[in-house]
Design a binder for this molecule. Structure first.
Ligand code: APR
Ligand code: PHB
Length: 389
């Protein structure tokens, strides 16, 4: 098998990259270890920055998003029984975000790939990337029990945090932080209790109210890192959510049947550089952010747009300049998202070893955002997203 760009992984990064390359007239093959149903069902944060929305539209992948996605012009911060709304358009010159589930982004991109007839091989596991420092890199893979080789001009590792591509970048450096807590997330068949996302800081821990549609709520609770989701009955989850979202007004939390429950660990991670020879890393394969602020998908989009532009530039001009700048270009934006996600995480979660002094500082930081337009603008700019490239 031979192609111009071998793409490992059919998460949002790999799928969008295949679409962008197709639109630029560049052929690719996507290898995905899981089956289609698994990829289409995996629950992840679903907040699309303004820039991500624009990219999906330009790629011809925004039709259903524009019909079914929910435009959000703000979020609510909840602390000390108070509520503070951050108004994105007012603070950023008109920017907003879109609530559209990552499962739906993946479904739309898979459907487009099939429609355009591009190779997308599910249940095909990449085993190794070889010859990254030659001009004929290869992906060794296994499909239906048989090993084979995909010969490429370029390989892009979009295979997530647990993939194989990163190990083919020698002499890399990693920067990492784990957190002493996780998120217990539920999907519930009930209309969201608020029309915007609510990020709550409470002495008992963080809570988040999000949504998947006008009739499906997505809610999270901060829990200790080693938590087993089965230890949390539905009633216990609702009771705890209710306490952490408490306010001085008459706001109430709507309860409904829980249809999914899982625990997500929290990690910050960056691998530098994001390139070795003709192997490029994109998305979770190169970096992880904790989900507070929902930057993961948006970073993946920035990476693959940067790669697709760089390769189209090379095809048009013969110049490697943009490909050579790929890692530095992506990492600048990645570190801004790392900073923001870390800030949001430490702003809103209660660390098990936090001192009363640190608790007060958290409240002071929140109060500062609620009372200073400058501080609030900083949050709004980061939440709605930094420019790509
Ligand atoms: N061979 C083939 N496919 C693989 C391999 C392998 N050896 N290892 C992993 N994969 C696949 C996974 O099954 C997964 O479908 O690569 C894909 C990686 O997708 P994601 O984990 O979704 O990562 P990415 O596309 O970078 O998306 C960015 O943003 O919100 C965050 O983590 C969240 O998915 C999200 C991410
Ligand atoms: C989600 O809806 O899953 C979600 C939203 C916002 C976040 C994280 C997760 O910050």
């Amino acid at each position: 098998m031979r192609t111009t760009v071998g793409i490992i992984g059919a998460g949002p990064a790999g799928l969008l990259l295949a679409r962008l390359l197709h639109n630029a007239g560049i052929d690719s093959v996507v290898l995905e270890s899981r089956d289609r149903a698994y990829v289409e069902r995996r629950q992840r944060a679903g907040i699309l920055e303004q820039g991500t929305v624009d990219v999906l539209r330009e790629a011809g992948a925004g039709e259903r998003m524009d019909r079914e996605g929910l435009r959000h012009d703000g979020i609510e911060l909840r602390f000390d029984r108070r509520r503070h709304r951050v108004d994105f358009p007012a603070l950023t010159g008109g920017r907003s975000v879109m609530v559209y589930a990552q499962t739906e982004v993946c479904k739309d991109l898979i459907a487009l790939r099939i429609e355009e007839g591009g190779p997308l091989l599910f249940e095909t596991e990449a085993l190794a990337v070889e010859g990254a420092d030659t001009d004929r890199p290869r992906v060794r893979f296994r499909r239906e029990g048989v090993e084979d080789v995909l010969e490429c001009d370029y390989v892009v590792g979009c295979d997530g945090f647990w993939g194989v591509a990163r190990s083919a970048v020698p002499d890399g450096r990693t920067f990492e932080r784990t957190y002493p807590f996780s998120w217990l997330g539920i999907l519930a068949d009930v209309a969201p209790s608020h029309d915007e996302l609510v990020y709550a800081r409470h002495d008992r821990g963080f809570a988040l109210l999000s949504m998947r549609s006008p009739s499906v709520s997505r809610l999270y609770l901060q829990v200790p890192a080693d938590t087993d989701a089965d230890d949390w009955s539905d009633e216990r989850i609702w009771d705890e959510l209710e306490r952490r979202f408490e306010t001085d007004d008459d706001w109430t939390l709507r309860r409904g049947p829980v249809t999914q429950k899982s625990v997500t660990p929290m990690r910050s991670y960056v691998h530098e550089p994001m390139r070795h020879g003709r192997l490029f890393l994109a998305g979770d394969a190169a970096h992880i952010v904790p989900p507070t602020g929902a930057k993961g998908l948006n970073l993946a989009v920035g990476d693959v747009v940067t790669f697709a532009r760089a390769l189209a530039h090379r095809t048009a001009t013969g110049s490697d300049d943009l490909l050579d700048a790929y890692s530095a270009t992506c990492l600048r934006r990645v570190w801004q998202a790392e900073r923001f996600s870390y800030d949001m995480t430490t702003l809103l979660h209660t660390a098990p070893d936090a001192t009363p002094f640190e608790d007060r500082l958290q409240l002071a930081r929140l109060d500062r955002i609620a009372s200073s337009r400058a501080a609030e603008t900083d949050l709004a700019e980061a939440y709605t997203g930094f420019p790509i490239g």
